[in-house]
Design a protein around this ligand. Sequence first.
Ligand SMILES: [Zn+2]
Length: 229
Amino acid sequence: MTTTPDNHELQDLLDNNKRWAAETESREPGFFSRLLKQQTPQYLWIGCADSRVPANELVDLLPGELFVHRNVANVVVHSDLNCLSVMQFATDLLKVKHIIIVGHSGCGGVTAALADIRVGLADNWIRHVQDVRNRHRAWLDTVPEARRVDALCELNVVEQALNACQTTVVQDAWARGQELVVHGWFYGLSNGLLQDLKMTVSGPADMNTTYDRAVAAVHGRYAAPGDAA
Ligand SMILES: [Zn+2]
């Protein structure tokens, strides 16, 4: 019997890391010492914490190339100092050119929000996704049940991207003429492909019309059979 913590299960991870660091350095000598000096990512990824949606891997980017924030159901809330701080640091100091909100199919947080499933403390967070559900409830009720979760996943991306546009961080960047574009993407767990939801906003002027178009596009993709639109 031993009372010391058993790190055996984590040894694989440490071994993997050693191998990865050696391979990276041998493929690109000086890789880590260059990163030491500065990071210059062009993109901020705000995605779901789901382990099946690893940001860098999906877009094949190396350390230093993608600034990342993840939470349950890729939510952007105006009172979330964590997310806002990441956005502010990325925008003001790193001068990223793109903020990409990335949702995914079959999202557990969105599924819980849609069906009022209690999961615990996280219910209070998922409540933000329920706000999205409630805003679009009449339309969601017309979507075939099997596709309703993904329909809400897509709408959630569009809504959270709109929230991102409305933060003081993004509004201030646009006001001072900084080049900054907000995007909404959707990742398909079944095929590994990212889809651009065309919620692409580069300034306050096109924010609302782009939102309307993006929501209409979601409606089109999930229209019930026989629907005119
Ligand atoms: Zn998710």
